[in-house]
Design a protein around this ligand. Structure first.
Ligand code: SF4
Ligand code: SF4
Length: 78
C-alpha cells in the first residue's frame, strides 16, 4: 500500500503557476476553480485523495508554498 499523505498550500504565497499540478505523479492537485488569493491568483489545492506524500509538488514550487504531510506507519516489532 502506498504511503498516505496530504498537502497544504499557503494561499498567500501561491502564484497559480500550476507547476505542482503538472508535477504531481498522482494527479491529485488542481488550481482552485472558485477561490482567488489576495494577489489575484487561483491557488493550488487537492482535488482528490491519493496523495502519497512524495513531496514532488513541494520541491517544484518556486514559492515554497506547499507543506507535505505524510502518515506515519507503525513499524512491526523486531
Ligand atoms: S506530495 Fe506527491 S502525491 Fe502528494 S500532492 Fe504532492 S506531488 Fe502529489
Ligand atoms: S507550484 Fe507553488 S506557486 Fe505554483 S501553483 Fe503550485 S503551490 Fe502555487
Amino acid at each position: 500500500m502506498p504511503p498516505k499523505g496530504s498537502i497544504k498550500v499557503n494561499d498567500f504565497y501561491c502564484k497559480g503557476c500550476e507547476l505542482c499540478v503538472t508535477a504531481c505523479p498522482q494527479d491529485v492537485l488542481q488550481l482552485s476553480p472558485d477561490r482567488i488569493n489576495t494577489k489575484g491568483y487561483h491557488p493550488a489545492e487537492m482535488k482528490s485523495d491519493g496523495c502519497t506524500g512524495c513531496g514532488t509538488c513541494a520541491t517544484m514550487c518556486p514559492e515554497a508554498a506547499i507543506t507535505v504531510y505524510r502518515a506515519v506507519t507503525q513499524k512491526a516489532d523486531a
